[in-house]
Write a protein that binds this ligand. Structure first.
Ligand SMILES: Nc1ncnc2c1ncn2[C@@H]1O[C@H](COP(=O)(O)OP(=O)(O)OP(=O)(O)O)[C@@H](O)[C@H]1O
Ligand SMILES: [Mg+2]
Length: 288
C-alpha cells in the first residue's frame, strides 16, 4: 500500500535552517511545482507546457524551468537553439540569475529558462559546489520577478537535477501513464520524495497525480486508473488525459497542443485539467 508518511521530528530538526511555513514560503517565492515522475515518456513535458500555457492564458505570469538535458519543453515551445544563450545550467552554476536566463515564449505571460546539453554535465560540474541541492531554490529566492507560478520540467532520472527541482518546489505534480509499470514508478517516486522531505524540503507537498495517455478501449488503462485512485484517493485529479495523436504532432510545430489543435480530445482534457489545477490551488491557498 502506498502511503504518505507524516514528517518526522528528525526531519524538522535537520532542515530547520531552510524551513519556512507555508505562509512564509508563499510570500517568498511564486508557487513552484516540480513536474516529475521516475519513468520516461509519461507526459511530464507535455503536461508542463500545456498547464503553463493555460495558466498564462488565464492571466498568470508563469515561468517554466526546463531542467531536462533533452530540452523538450524548450523545443515544444518553439525556442530556437539561437535563443538558448543562457540556460538552466547557468542558473544552477550560478553564472546567471533567473531574469537574465529566461526568454519569452510565443504565449503572453509565459517565460521559459531553456535547457542546453550542458545540463548533461551538471551532476559532475556541481559535485563540489556549495549547497549543490539548493542551487535552483536559492536562485528563485533571489529572483525579483513577479511570477505567480514556476513549473519545473524534470528529467526522468533521479539525480542532482531532480533533487534541485524537488528542493525548490512547494509541490510535485506527477503525470502517470496508464500502463503496466505505472504503480512501480509511482511507489519509487513517493519513496524518493519522502527522502527529500526528510533531508531537504520538509514542506514538499504531493499536489496531485494526473493520469495520462488513457486509452478507453484498453482494459489495462481502466485497471491502472482504478488502482492509482484506490492507492492515492483524492490526490488523483479527476481529469484524465486521453491518448491523442495531436499531442505527438504538436512539438514539431513548436506549439503546445492547446494551441496547435485546441479542439482535439487531449486539448479539451488539458484545458479541463488546468481548471481543476487552478481550483485546487486556490482552495489550498484559502482564496476560495
Ligand atoms: N496524451 C498523449 N497522447 C499521445 N501522445 C502523447 C500524449 N502525451 C504525450 N505524448 C507523446 O509521448 C511522448 C512522451 O511525452 P512527454 O515528452 O511529454 O513525456 P516525458 O515524461 O516528458 O518524457 P521524458 O521522460 O523523455 O522527458 C512524446 O512523443 C509526446 O508527444
Ligand atoms: Mg520530458
Amino acid at each position: 500500500m502506498l502511503a504518505f508518511s507524516p514528517r518526522t521530528s528528525r526531519a524538522s530538526r535537520e532542515t530547520s535552517r531552510y524551513h519556512h511555513s507555508k505562509e512564509q514560503f508563499s510570500s517568498l517565492r511564486p508557487q513552484t511545482v516540480a513536474i516529475s515522475f521516475s519513468k520516461g515518456g509519461v507526459g511530464k513535458t507535455t503536461t508542463t507546457i500545456n498547464l503553463a500555457t493555460e495558466l498564462a492564458t488565464n492571466g498568470h505570469r508563469v515561468l517554466i524551468v526546463d531542467l531536462d538535458p533533452q530540452g523538450n519543453a524548450s523545443t515544444g515551445l518553439g525556442i530556437e537553439r539561437s535563443q538558448r544563450k543562457l540556460s538552466s545550467y547557468d542558473v544552477l552554476a550560478g553564472t546567471s540569475g533567473i531574469q537574465e536566463a529566461s526568454v519569452c515564449s510565443c504565449i503572453a505571460g509565459l517565460h521559459i529558462i531553456p535547457s542546453t546539453q550542458e545540463l548533461n554535465g551538471a551532476e559532475l560540474d556541481l559535485a563540489d559546489v556549495d549547497r549543490r541541492a539548493y542551487r535552483l531554490r536559492d536562485a528563485l529566492e533571489r529572483s525579483v520577478d513577479d511570477y505567480q507560478y514556476v513549473l519545473i520540467d524534470c528529467p526522468s532520472s533521479f539525480g542532482l537535477l531532480t533533487l534541485n527541482a524537488l528542493t525548490a518546489a512547494h509541490s510535485v505534480l506527477m503525470p502517470v501513464q496508464c500502463e503496466f509499470f505505472a504503480l512501480e514508478g509511482l511507489s519509487q517516486l513517493l519513496r524518493s520524495i519522502e527522502r527529500v522531505k526528510v533531508t531537504f524540503n520538509p514542506t514538499l507537498d504531493i499536489r496531485g497525480i494526473l493520469l495520462t495517455m488513457f486509452d478507453k478501449s484498453n482494459n489495462l488503462s481502466w485497471e491502472v486508473a482504478n488502482d492509482v485512485r484506490e492507492y492515492l484517493g483524492d490526490k488523483v485529479y479527476e481529469t484524465v488525459i486521453p491518448r491523442d495523436v495531436c499531442v505527438a504532432e504538436a512539438p514539431s510545430h513548436g506549439k503546445p497542443v492547446l494551441l496547435y489543435a485546441p479542439q482535439c480530445a487531449a486539448s479539451r482534457a488539458y484545458f479541463q485539467f488546468a481548471e481543476e489545477f487552478m481550483e485546487r490551488e486556490s482552495q489550498l491557498m484559502g482564496t476560495n
